[in-house]
Structure formats: structure tokens, C-alpha cells
Ligand binder design. Structure first.
Ligand code: BGC
Length: 749
């Protein structure tokens, strides 16, 4: 009753996660469609052993295949005709996919359509921001839109299936693949995972503008020791379940049709041979009915892992663990027949895998229209349409995070007389597309320099690269300093190249590479007001820059609309709304530094020697998770815990008053964290449970209510069961993981 009364006076209510992660048609239908299941059974009954194995085999058509590129080779064409291929990856373009599909459905005996897969990670022909940047929007609608546009473009080009979203939690920014995911937090990661699945798959997977999603890399790939790609992962089962798995579960609940097994081992068992991951959790606990694809040759890699002795052994372990489709290792192709004959793999196991793959081909509508209406005409109309490019600009500007803005240097006036644009990323078409940009055309990148010239036509715009992104050459710094001296404001675009993050692109140093820090120091020494415009695929260590430069914009890699989006923010056409999806360390040696850590018995206190800390650097990050400034300021007040005592079946509800105390309209991302004060296992110092965007005019204030079901307080206990434990909880409502108003509530039996 109290709760109801309370609810009636508030204007904004946070959606409970269960409402956020609604389910769409995909890999987990509560009731399997009887019609599809009957059709699958009847096809399966008519297949030869070789044809069944064929459905489990995926080949690459070559990286450069496409409308204007080369086609796949004759051997692979023959395999399609003989029914020995279930899927191809890296083949794009309606003409070539139609031609190959025609072989499958007209010339092969079983006439089963092929499935065309591709890494559609952040756009297809229209390149959106890298996924880490999209996560910085803290805006599920924006991320869903990006995936929807990407799906429509890819689908027009004959692609049926994307190897995305990448939902790996990454606590170590040295790991280059942090760029492909949503950062360090399981809740934000889950919101983004679900949004991407909804975007790719739409409401109906069989709609020809939808493509099937693939939650990857299952699982805990981001836990690689030392941040080195493909490296060993040692993680407790509780942390696996509470930190690494939630975004996978959210993707599944949103309907993701497929999962990809990861390269890494977890506690001694490589994922691609892990029955625990692929069957116990995914099938038995979660009820997934889509299929699992290996990562590239990850079945074959069971051998160097030291888990399988031979390719045949690897195939046996993988399929018996629950892995359904073999990407590129050939272990299934070459060994499944003899494994069946020897009784090492049961026919029933093979049939289950084939059934799962056929089921998803049916759900995609491939048996109704194997071409899914992809034509050159549709491609021409869809690819890089004006609406798609506009969407990319909108998402890109939302991804920008304002880290510092001393003396309100930003936004800039459009009448500023002379602007010096300096840095190796300022007039750069290649790097802003970021990693895994697929079939992008880098000529379509609007560079920062282009964007500034367009946005400030009356200004004199000078440009000098200053130095390269990497390497030791300082010869260009003098010229950069010379134009800085002539300017009223300097925009300094530095960061990483696109190939410094992504797969196999881990770095041991998070400081600015090459001589860019020298360039920054030289520009700063001119005394000119300088805006640091960062382009990078991971959190960087920016202690000097943060202490010495007045304004910092984190722009990540924003894709084709880079220059437009950054100019929109710099000149105030769009006031920044992005928030960090991962903590920024002070120095590299501090990583992993993440907000939802444990407290320890000697919590870090810089004034007390025997505490958990470093001698030479504070334990806190330079910029915490959730951090981001706006062009205005907000205050939080009047925290009221509406539910001071709750049962595990109730909701937790808290209200604050948010006020815009600045002089400009702005949008705040109100964040709600909890801490379970005492547990049967120790609990993190904070965990994000909900967030909400609130737009206010100057002087305006509003009550904001955050409500979550108390079941969201559950964690995995010693017995591996999830439960909410009675006891006291702290809650925090504020602008980031390090600030906020504090309250308490109790969970009672
Ligand atoms: C990557 C996957 C990707 C696959 C296919 C692998 O190297 O780990 O993320 O989907 O290649 O391109």
C-alpha cells in the first residue's frame, strides 16, 4: 500500500530488468512451433549421414568476397552441390549469395538452403560507432537502432546471420576486444546485449530485414589473464555466473538464435569442449533451442590447448559437449562419419545438432524464400541510405563522453576566429571506423577536420598532424605548435589506430602511443585553450592529460559520421550525454581496475599504510564507470527509500529529486547501485541495478524514482544457487559509480 501511494506522486519510474529483457522469437521459444518441428523431423528423416554432417559444416568464402570481389572456389561449390555445407561466412552481395544459394536449393539432393554468416559488428555499409562506444550511450534505443539499420543493410546483401552481439565482460582494457563489447558491467552489458539482439532480429526473424544474432564468445573470453587475447581464464563459478554470464542470458531471453563458443579455456576446460557450458548451463538450465557455432577453428584448437589429441578427438569432444556447427576447423567434416561408425558419437547426438540448425533455418524463413528477397535493387536502395547515415550520426554523437570541461571551454562558439586542428587522427579516414568494420568504405568517413570546416564555415581552420599515431618521429611537432600559436582554440585529435584494439590486438601500455604525449605537451605549452579529442578502442591512462588540458572529449571510434558527430558536440548542436561503460585507470599498472570490486579486509585508504593499495598511485580510477559530464550541472537531493524493509518477493524503490542547476538544458543518466552489506559470500562494493536518462531545462527539478524487483539482489551462493539473502543493503543514486546519495534498506525473511 505504501508503495502504491508513493508511486502515485512520482513522474519517472525505472523499468525492472525483467521488463527490459523481453523475449522475441529466436533461440528460446517456450513452446517450439509444432509446424516447424514436424518439417525439421521430416527433412532429417530423409538425410544421408554425409548430408547431416554437411549441415554442421561452415566454410569461409574468403575475406574479400563480395559484389565486386572474388567468389568462392570450385571445391566449395562442389561441396554445396553435394550437400556437404550448411553455412558460409564472409560471402556478401545479393548476386553472389543468390548464385550459391541456387546451387544449394536447386542442385543439391536435399535442397536445404545455405546460411550466410558475417561479422556485422557495428554497421554494414554504414559504419556506426564501435560497440564499446555504443555502450557509452547508455541508451538501449540508440543501440537497438544501430543494430536494426545494420541488419537491414546486411540482409539486403544476402547476409542471414551476424556473429554479434559480442557480450563479453571486460575488466582489463589491455584486452583489445574490449572494443567489441559493452565494457565492464554485467547489468549495462545485459541491457546492451538485449538491445542488439532486438535490433538484429527485429520482431520477426523471418522478416527479410532481420538477421539472426549470435551471442559470443561463450564464455568469459574477456577474463583472459593479463589482458592477452586467447589467454587462459581462471574464474570461480560464482563470478562466472554473476559477472560473465548475465549478458549471455539477457541475449538468450531477447531471443538470440545462436551462441558462439569462445577460444579460451575456463578452469582447465576449453569452452569449445565444455559440456558444462554448452549443455548443462545453456540447454539444461536456460532452455536454449537454437544452435551453437564454434569460433574460427576453435574445435581444432582443442589440440594445442592440450585437451584433445587429434582432430577426431577434438570433434568427438566438441559435439558431445553440445557444439553444433564447426566454423572452419574441418574437424567435423573429416571425422564425424568415422566417430559415428565407431560409436564414439551417437547418431542421436548428431541428429540433435542438425535439428537445431534446421530449426533456425526455418525460423529465418529460408525454406519459404531461400534468397530472403535480397536483390541488387534492394541493396542499392538500402545501403548507406540517407536515413541510415543520419541514424549513424545520431548514435555517434550520443556515444561521446565529456570527461573534462574546465571554465566551460565547451561548447565552442561558431564565431571563433581561428581553430587549429592538430593530431594524427584529425584528417584520418582509416582509423575512425574502428575494429571489425566489415565491408566498410573508409572514403565515407567524415573526418574531424571535415566536420569542423562544415560546422564553422566562418572560422579560419588550420591543420597539422603533428606526429604519427605510433613511432618515434617528432619532426612534425614544431609545425603543429606554430599553427597552435595562431589559433584561438586548439582541437587535438590523438589516440589509437583502429588496429590497436580488436582481435589479437592487446596492448601492455594504455598511455598514448608513439610521440602523441609529446605533441600534447608541446601544444599545451603554447598556453592556448586546448580540447583533447580522443579516438581509441579502449580506456586509456590519461593522468597527465587530465591534469593539464582544460577539456577532454572521449569519442572512441565513431564510424562514418565521426566528424559530424564530434562537431555537433563541440559546437553545442548536441549537448553530450555519454557515460563511461568502463573505468579509466590512472596508469596501466593499476589494471584491472573496475567499480564492482570486493572490499577486502583492509579496504584501500591512501592515508593508512597497511591497506590494499599502491604506494605510488591512488587505488581509484582516473574516471570511474558511469562518469560523463554535460554542458550543464545537476544536483541530487531528498533521497527517500520508499521500501526500507522488503521481502525477496517485493520491489525496492527509492526516490530522489534531480535538479538542473546549470544554465543549459541537459540530460542526466541517473544511476542506481546497491551493496549487499554482509553476505554468506562477500559481495561487491557496488553493483549497478538500473539507470534512467532524464532531460531537464535550466532550473527545472523533478522527482526520479528507481524501482527494481528485490529478486535482482540475488547472487550465486556456495551451493551455486541464486538467492536473495536477508540483511542490510546500501543503495546509491547518483551520476556515476563513485558518487551519489546513500540510503539503506533491509531484506527480511
Ligand atoms: C573471432 C570471432 C568471429 C569469427 C568469424 C574469429 O576470429 O573470434 O569473433 O566471429 O572470427 O569471423
Amino acid at each position: 500500500m505504501k508503495l502504491l501511494l508513493f508511486a502515485s506522486v512520482v513522474s519517472l519510474v525505472i523499468l525492472a530488468p525483467s521488463a527490459v529483457f523481453t523475449q522475441a522469437a529466436g533461440g528460446r521459444n517456450p513452446a517450439l512451433s509444432p509446424a516447424i518441428e514436424r518439417s525439421v523431423d521430416s527433412i532429417l528423416a530423409g538425410l544421408t549421414l554425409q548430408e547431416k554432417i554437411g549441415q554442421l559444416v561452415q566454410y569461409t568464402g574468403g575475406w574479400s568476397t563480395g559484389p565486386t570481389g572474388r567468389s568462392i572456389n570450385d571445391e566449395q561449390r562442389a561441396f554445396i552441390k553435394e550437400g556437404k555445407t550448411g553455412s558460409l561466412l564472409n560471402v556478401i552481395g545479393s548476386s553472389v549469395t543468390r548464385e550459391l544459394q541456387k546451387i544449394a536449393v536447386e542442385e543439391s539432393r536435399a535442397k536445404i538452403p545455405l546460411l550466410f554468416g558475417l561479422d556485422v559488428i557495428h554497421g554494414f555499409k554504414t559504419t556506426f560507432p564501435i560497440p564499446l562506444a555504443e555502450a557509452a550511450t547508455w541508451d538501449a534505443d540508440a543501440v537497438e537502432l544501430s543494430a536494426r539499420v545494420s541488419a537491414a543493410e546486411a540482409a539486403s546483401s544476402g547476409v542471414h546471420w551476424t556473429f554479434a552481439p559480442m557480450v563479453d565482460i571486460a575488466r582489463d582494457p589491455r584486452w583489445g576486444r574490449i572494443a567489441e563489447g559493452s565494457g565492464e558491467d554485467p547489468y549495462l552489458g545485459s541491457v546492451m546485449a538485449a538491445a542488439r539482439v532486438r535490433g538484429f532480429q527485429g520482431r520477426d526473424l523471418s522478416n527479410p530485414t532481420s538477421i539472426m544474432a549470435c551471442a559470443k564468445h561463450y564464455a568469459a573470453y574477456g577474463g583472459a589473464e593479463g589482458g592477452r587475447d586467447y589467454n587462459t581464464v581462471e574464474v570461480s563459478e560464482q563470478t562466472l555466473r554473476d559477472v560473465y554470464l548475465p549478458p549471455f542470458k539477457a541475449a538468450l531471453d531477447a531471443g538470440a538464435g545462436t551462441f558462439m563458443a569462445s577460444f579460451n579455456e575456463i578452469n582447465g576446460v576449453p569452452s569449445s569442449g565444455s559440456r558444462f557450458l554448452l549443455t548443462t548451463i545453456l540447454r539444461d538450465e536456460w532452455g536454449f533451442d537454437g544452435f551453437v557455432v564454434s569460433d574460427w577453428n576453435s574445435i581444432g584448437e582443442l589440440i594445442p590447448h592440450g585437451y584433445a589429441a587429434t582432430p577426431a578427438h577434438a570433434a568427438e569432444l566438441a559435439i558431445n559437449a553440445g557444439l553444433d556447427m564447426d566454423m572452419e576447423s574441418r574437424c567435423f567434416r573429416d571425422n564425424l562419419q568415422s566417430l559415428i561408425e565407431q560409436g564414439k558419437v551417437r547418431t542421436a547426438t548428431l541428429d540433435v545438432a542438425v535439428r537445431r540448425i534446421l530449426r533456425m533455418k526455418f525460423r529465418l524463413g529460408l525454406f519459404t524464400d531461400p534468397y530472403r528477397a535480397s536483390t541488387p535493387e534492394r541493396e542499392a536502395k538500402t545501403l548507406r541510405s540517407a536515413a541510415n547515415v543520419e541514424a549513424a550520426r545520431n548514435v555517434a554523437r550520443k556515444a561521446i563522453v565529456l570527461l573534462k570541461n574546465e571554465g566551460h571551454l565547451l561548447p565552442l562558439s561558431r564565431t571563433v576566429k581561428t581553430i587549429a586542428v592538430i593530431g594524427p587522427l584529425a584528417e584520418n579516414h582509416r582509423d575512425p571506423v574502428g575494429t571489425w568494420a566489415g565491408p566498410t568504405d573508409t572514403n565515407n568517413v567524415v573526418t574531424l577536420l571535415d566536420g569542423i570546416r562544415e560546422a564553422a564555415p566562418a572560422s579560419r581552420v588550420l591543420f597539422s598532424p603533428g606526429c604519427a599515431i605510433d613511432g618515434g618521429d617528432t619532426a612534425g611537432i614544431a609545425a603543429a605548435v606554430a599553427i597552435a600559436r595562431q589559433a584561438d582554440v586548439v582541437l587535438l585529435a590523438v589516440g589509437e589506430s583502429e588496429d590497436m584494439s580488436g582481435e589479437a590486438c592487446s596492448r601492455s601500455s594504455l598511455e598514448l602511443p608513439g610521440r602523441q604525449a609529446d605533441l600534447a605537451r608541446a601544444v599545451q605549452a603554447t598556453g592556448k585553450p586546448t580540447v583533447l579529442v580522443l579516438m581509441n578502442g579502449r580506456p586509456l591512462a590519461l593522468s597527465w592529460e587530465a591534469a593539464n588540458l582544460p577539456a577532454i572529449l572521449e569519442t572512441w571510434f565513431l564510424g562514418h559520421e565521426t566528424g559530424h558527430a564530434i562537431a555537433d558536440v563541440l559546437f553545442g548542436a548536441y549537448a553530450p550525454t555519454g557515460r563511461l561503460p568502463a573505468s579509466f585507470p590512472r596508469v596501466t599498472g593499476q589494471v584491472p581496475v573496475y567499480y564492482n570490486h570486493k572490499n577486502t579486509g583492509r579496504p584501500s585508504d591512501d592515508s593508512v599504510h597497511y591497506t590494499s593499495r599502491y604506494l605510488d598511485v591512488p587505488s581509484t580510477p582516473l574516471y570511474p564507470f558511469g562518469f560523463g559530464l554535460t554542458y550543464t550541472s545537476f544536483s541530487y537531493g531528498d533521497l527517500v527509500v520508499a521500501s526500507p524493509r522488503v521481502r525477496a518477493t517485493d520491489s525496492v524503490s527509492v526516490r530522489v529529486t534531480l535538479k538542473n542547476t546549470g544554465t543549459k538544458e541537459g540530460e542526466e543518466v541517473v544511476q542506481f547501485y546497491v551493496r549487499d552489506e554482509v553476505g554468506s559470500l562477500t559481495r561487491p562494493v557496488r553493483e549497478l541495478k538500473a539507470f534512467r536518462r532524464v532531460r531537464l531545462k535550466p532550473g527545472q527539478s523533478t522527482p526520479v524514482t528507481m524501482t527494481i524487483p528485490a529478486t535482482d539482489l540475488a547472487f550465486t551462493g556456495v551451493d551455486m544457487r541464486r538467492r536473495v539473502e536477508p540483511g542490510m543493503f546500501s543503495l546509491f543514486v547518483g551520476p556515476n559509480a563513485a558518487e551519489g546519495l546513500v540510503g539503506r534498506f533491509e531484506v527480511i525473511e
